[in-house]
Design a protein around this ligand. Structure first.
Ligand SMILES: Cc1cc2nc3c(=O)[nH]c(=O)nc-3n(C[C@H](O)[C@H](O)[C@H](O)COP(=O)(O)OP(=O)(O)OC[C@H]3O[C@@H](n4cnc5c(N)ncnc54)[C@H](O)[C@@H]3O)c2cc1C
Length: 469
């Protein structure tokens, strides 16, 4: 065992640099905390960059489940967006990415500006951006706000005394480092730090343990977008089901998907494949499963491009595989057991407004292996009351903890409530709330649970965040 490298103390360690970690680190540093952001990969953005999915959903209300849109022949560009659900740091990031030329703004996609018919492929109630521009903008914001960034560093343990975290251990090429901290924000997506601290978490469905499907996103290029638009304008199925059925019949041994959910990316002729490259039965916290999922994803992305897209789909005759994601897309693993969860009942029947520190505008959309269907509430036409999901502060605080808080997809959201809570704009908003709460907790030497939510909501509002349902 090598000697442990002792680092200078920080006020707060933000662990994981996905959408939640970005929001948390900026908020904490902006509030004056000495902030260190530890990220396992070589870029910020998490699933939006490393996962190949540069689409922040949930920033506005008014989203409609895609099958419903197809059934009713609705276009995303025509959907009303009654209200903004996420502001604050998210707005800053949107502005910077747009200014850097990486997007044309919320609910806009450059390819559909040119070919409006592509709109029928979906997801325009979100912010879609160029991944490389996003990575550079995230880096520059960390520098601007004075966040100390450690890439290629994975948090492997925490040191606790009487339930309080004294510091975190992380591993990188330099060896194992120990960073003393006053507070920890767990933005790992998998509640890694919470688990290292010995606090309770729950994995997947509490009854069955089943988790949402996982996959490996791919991008294809050299697509004739005009031809795809023509096909869609003529009423073609946006999930390309008839072509998938024909290809499956022609190649029964290849296990090709029965539908393809693809989205036009900002770059001309580039499309992202999401649906069609996800499967059940993989555990995103198993190293073995993550390896198997990555290898399978690469094989299937190549096969789908060469066999299904090129031979069957209009406009994709010359498509080539541009990239597969740097790591698999994991929708759910461990969530914290909190001081007070976000429940399904909350979202269906209305919420107590005073405890809310972040909002989400997304409908119920989580594909889970529960009951008879994968998106039970969406399939039954059930809606989030008022169209906006409020995230209670209590759902971010691990039960019985002192100086650790969680943000992003590992917060305590029950069942189908995880759908609206785990989309990326809302993850960034919970990150902003956690970073802001950390400043209050550290300065006032309080446990997270003892921070005044009234004060927290006031500060968040002043920063442009949306906290009022
Ligand atoms: C296939 C798929 C499609 C989706 N589609 C959309 C969509 O279109 N729009 C949308 O808004 N949401 C979508 N989601 C959901 C959304 O991407 C996630 O819920 C969201 O990214 C969660 O954000 P996060 O910051 O909590 O975690 P993540 O984005 O998972 O980021 C976690 C970060 O922490 C790092 N990390 C993990 N463990 C450690 C550790 N121990 N030490 C240091 N770093 C660590 C990771 O490298 C990563 O950078 C999709 C998810 C999947 C899987």
């Amino acid at each position: 065992m090598t000697d442990i490298i002792q680092l200078k103390a920080a006020d707060v360690a933000v662990c994981g640099g996905g959408p939640a970690g970005i929001g948390a680190a900026i908020a904490a540093a902006r509030a004056g905390l000495k902030t260190v952001l530890i990220e396992a990969t070589g870029c910020l953005g998490g699933t939006s960059t490393s996962g190949g999915l540069p689409m922040f959903l949930g920033a506005t209300t008014g989203s409609v489940p895609f099958p419903k849109m197809v059934e009713l022949g609705l276009k995303y560009s025509e959907l009303p967006h009654p209200r903004k659900a996420v502001g604050g740091i998210f707005d800053l990031i949107v502005d910077r990415i747009v200014a850097a030329g990486g997007s044309t703004g919320i609910c806009r996609v450059p390819q559909t500006d040119k070919y409006p018919g592509l709109d029928r492929m979906g997801c325009h109630d979100d912010f879609i951006f160029d991944i490389e521009t996003g990575k550079r903008v995230f880096d520059s914001l960390m520098e601007e706000f004075g966040v100390t960034l450690r890439y290629y560093a994975r948090v492997i343990d925490v040191k606790t005394t009487c339930g309080r975290i004294d510091g975190i251990y992380f591993s990188d090429k330099s060896g194992i480092s120990y960073l003393p901290v006053s507070a920890v924000i767990d933005c790992t997506g998998d509640a890694d730090c919470v688990r290292h601290a010995g606090l309770s978490t729950v994995k997947g469905d509490p009854e069955t343990g089943a988790m949402a499907i996982a996959g490996l996103v791919a991008h294809v290029e050299n697509v004739d977008s005009a031809a795809v638009e023509k096909y869609l304008n003529e009423g073609g199925d946006p999930w390309f089901k008839p072509f998938c059925a024909k290809a499956r019949a022609d190649y029964p041994g290849l296990n090709l998907p029965s539908r393809l959910i693809m989205f036009p990316m900002p770059q001309p002729g580039v499309f992202m494949i999401n649906g069609g490259l996800s499967w059940g039965g993989y555990d995103g916290t198993s190293g073995k499963d993550l390896t198997a999922l990555t290898i399978r994803g690469r094989i299937e992305a190549d096969r789908i491009t060469k066999v299904l897209l090129r031979r069957y789909l209009p406009g994709f005759e010359n498509a080539t595989l541009r990239s597969t994601a740097a790591y698999p897309g994991i929708r759910e693993t461990h969530r914290i057991v909190s001081e007070g969860p976000l429940t399904e009942k909350d979202l269906l029947e209305g919420q107590e407004p005073d405890g809310i520190v972040a909002l989400g505008g997304r409908h119920f959309d989580l594909q889970r292996f529960v009951g008879a269907g994968s998106q039970v509430f969406a399939e039954k036409g059930m809606k989030v009351r008022g169209g906006v999901a409020g995230i209670p502060y209590s759902a971010m605080i691990p039960a019985g903890s002192q100086n650790i808080i969680a943000a992003g997809r590992c917060i305590d959201a029950e069942g189908q409530a995880l759908g609206p809570a785990r989309v990326m704009s809302t993850c960034m908003a919970t990150g902003e709330a956690a970073g802001t709460a950390a400043a209050l907790a550290v300065r006032e030497k309080k446990r997270f649970i003892d921070v005044s939510v009234t004060e927290l909501r006031k500060i968040l509002r002043l920063g442009g965040a949306e906290v009022d349902i």
